[in-house]
Write a protein that binds this ligand. Structure first.
Ligand code: ADP
Length: 311
């Protein structure tokens, strides 16, 4: 199957007894893209990722990784994929260096060239001076780096990161972002699941949003945000002004308040509502205003509206 897709999901369903974890999911991830897989807890993201890497067998439907069927052509599909899971199962016997050697062996890779590549990975992930450490002696951040190194030993075309920055400190988060961007620039396809919508907005070109096992949206991030039916107007108020009594807001405005404090009110207004109309309502309540600015929704706001989830 020669096409431009790194991954192709075709009517993928997965049932666990009476739970439909995935319901006929179909979409493609284009080669070389930076793709986000988003959704609230229990949406089916892990099930989809595990099905992609052959760890879960779909109840029906098919998945192709780099053109190879994940079940009929498992070895080839697995070779094209590097999965960075959330947790490293600590091993009391093996050092980082040995784990990477074993992982390389799994893919039939050895010799000087492979050694150079694993050395480079250790270097890039700041693990070089820990190469002889046993994994259950490592901190959480170190374990995360080992997981990434293990996923990359075979230079897979498609790299899947499952919540890579969950629970990591700011420094490691930054390192991971930079390293992932670099891999993307080198031509790898990156698929990322994350709870941090800000992260998805900063990194991903396109996202799939899953909810209750269904595909809710498949869009470029910029389209998802610009199609969102609302914009946000931030009104900064002069501090300590008697006129700025929130309770005297016009009814039309009150029902459009997104958040408010003593010195700021943020309104969420329909894009089709004219700003003239909005200004008229605002002028009625005689607030002492310092500044007004408008902005489009963030990915997080568009996501919350789409999924009906709460902030
Ligand atoms: P997410 O990763 O988006 O949080 P999951 O794929 O983990 O979602 O879960 C989707 C649904 O499938 C949930 O209702 C979850 O409880 C269920 N599920 C996942 N794995 C199993 C399993 N091994 N056995 C039974 N139910 C499962």
């Amino acid at each position: 199957m020669a096409d431009n897709n790194a991954v192709s999901f075709q009517k993928v369903s997965k049932n666990y007894h009476n739970i439909e974890a995935l319901k006929e999911i179909s979409f493609n991830v284009e080669k070389g893209s930076f793709f986000g897989l988003l959704g609230p807890n229990g949406a089916g993201k892990s099930t989809l990722i595990n099905a992609m890497s052959g760890l879960v067998t779909p109840t029906s439907g098919e998945i192709f990784v780099n053109g190879s069927h994940t079940i009929r052509d498992y070895r080839q599909a697995r070779k094209s994929l590097g999965l960075v899971p959330q947790e490293l199962i600590s091993d009391p016997f093996f050092s980082i260096k040995e784990l990477l050697r074993i992982q390389s062996g799994y893919f039939g890779l050895k010799g000087k060239q492979q050694q150079n590549w694993t050395d480079e990975l250790l270097e890039r992930l700041s693990l070089a001076d820990k190469r002889n450490a046993i994994t259950n002696e490592l901190s959480g951040g170190m374990k995360r780096r080992v997981l990434i190194a293990m996923a990359l030993v075979h230079k897979p075309e498609v790299i899947v990161l499952d919540e890579p920055t969950a629970g990591v400190d700011v420094d490691l988060r930054k390192t991971l972002w930079e390293f992932t961007k670099e891999l993307h620039q080198q031509g790898h396809t990156i698929i990322l699941t994350t709870h941090y919508l800000e992260e998805a907005e900063a990194l991903c070109e396109k996202v799939a949003i899953l909810q209750n096992g269904e595909l809710k949206a498949l869009e470029r991030v910029t389209d998802l945000v610009s199609k969102h039916a609302f914009r946000y107007v931030r009104v900064s108020l002069v501090a300590n002004e008697q006129n700025n009594d929130y309770n005297q807001l016009d009814k039309n405005l009150k029902e459009r308040v997104d958040s408010h404090s003593a010195t700021e009110i943020v309104f969420k207004i329909e894009k089709e509502l004219s700003l003239n109309k909005f200004s008229q309502w605002l002028s009625i309540c005689k607030f002492k205003i310092k500044d007004i600015s408008t902005r489009d929704a963030t990915l997080e706001e568009a996501f919350l509206d789409l999924t009906g989830a709460k902030k």
